[in-house]
Design a protein around this ligand. Structure first.
Ligand code: PLP
Ligand code: COI
Length: 354
């Protein structure tokens, strides 16, 4: 791989903010590290990345991001072990997915070394910002948006790729109660559901607000045709345990191909858990809840890690999940976080040193 590290211009902050941060009580994504990486696309190519102090961005009011939502993002985490080594989890998967999203949004694809070398350099500079307390990590947000100007509804001619980082604690404070959606849709066949683009999230906010008003924290999206199949949640993929089988829906152009999801499938299989990747109907889950074979449901994602679901609502009824002693969720979460934080062997080769 050709390296661009020497081309990255670095301007360090004159005043670190790190002493203002209470690393023992971190929220999710509310505090930001000292630096960020910025890389501009203009004249038909990506320019050399720069690392600068974390700061606001100045944009023209006609920048196309504001009008047409041409943007994509990723979510990743960095961890530090007891010897201060920095690790990423399957970062190339995030890089590939960013370009898959970009292609769908007509955003120019980014070269791999700009992403990987840029990210690693930024992490080494902001290494002190990587929390080590159990359950916390440095959440990394790479994103690209249309900074080019004009009201014409067509792709911009200029873009910004930025990476910023937020030392973060858990995304959810406890178990999550979810509402299975029967009216609204997150995505549709041929749409942008598989892309990590801002509009997919904006479109969920209103139905999620309605669910929150009814006492749920997240919506579980169902297919847009008949609302018959379980798809995914607002910020995570969904796993369902019926008896001792772990089931998750197949990815499609409506669902984000989650890196945590695919890691869990591989890990669970390696640990001897029977895994089925297949379509699962809401009716099957209701039946299992009624006959006592529904053991667990959990969400999986970078921010959410593995988040157990306490119960779900559907058509005005609430269904509670049992309180089990030994859950697949806890077992898989321990194994995956031990790999991420270098507390265990990594037989899959997922951990990458920064
Ligand atoms: N689905 C959605 C809609 C998400 O926003 C996320 C979070 O990134 C996921 C699934 C999980 O994906 P990953 O495990 O790659 O973070
Ligand atoms: C992530 O898990 O990284 C996500 O992108 C979810 C996010 C919308 C907070």
């Amino acid at each position: 791989m050709n390296t661009i590290t020497s081309d990255i211009k670095i301007t360090k902050t004159k005043a670190t903010k790190i002493h203002d941060v209470d690393f023992d009580n971190l929220n999710f994504g509310k505090t930001f590290s000292d630096h960020m990486l910025v890389c501009n696309y203009k004249n038909g190519q990506w320019q050399s990345p720069e690392i600068v102090p974390y700061q606001p961005i100045v944009l023209d009011p006609s920048a196309k991001i504001f009008h047409y939502g041409q943007s994509v993002f990723e979510g990743m985490k960095a961890y530090k072990d007891s010897d201060n080594n920095i690790f990423l989890f399957r970062p190339l998967e995030n890089f590939k997915r960013l370009n898959i999203s970009s292609k769908r949004l007509a955003i120019p694809e980014l070269p791999e070394d700009y992403f990987m070398e840029g990210l690693k350099t930024l992490l080494r500079i902001d290494a002190d910002w990587i929390p080590t307390k159990e359950g916390s990590s440095l959440y990394i947000r790479p994103f690209i948006f249309a900074s080019g100007q004009g009201f014409h509804a067509s792709p911009a001619d200029e873009y910004k790729f930025i990476i910023c980082c937020a030392p973060s604690g858990s995304y959810f404070s406890g178990k999550v109660k979810v509402l299975i959606e029967e009216t609204y849709s997150r995505s549709a066949n041929g749409g942008v559901g598989y892309a990590k683009t801002g509009g997919n999230y904006a479109g969920q906010f209103y139905p999620t607000q309605l669910a929150v008003e009814k006492g749920y924290q997240q919506v579980i999206w169902t297919d847009d045709t008949n609302h018959e199949y379980i798809e995914e949640a607002g910020a995570m993929n969904i796993f369902i345990r019926i008896n001792d089988t772990l089931i998750t829906g197949p990815t499609s152009d409506r669902i984000l191909d989650g890196i945590t999801r695919k890691s869990i499938i591989e890990l669970a299989k390696a640990k001897g858990i029977h895994v089925e990747v297949r379509k699962i109907t809401v009716n099957e889950v209701i039946e299992a809840a009624k006959n006592g074979t529904l053991k667990e449901m959990f969400g999986a994602g970078t921010a959410a890690v593995i988040s157990p679901i306490s119960g779900f609502g559907y058509k005005g009824h609430d269904y509670d999940l049992p309180e089990l002693e030994d859950t697949y969720a806890a077992f898989l979460k321990k194994h995956i976080t031990d790999i991420q934080t270098n507390k265990s062997e990594d037989p899959f080769g997922w951990r990458v040193k920064a």
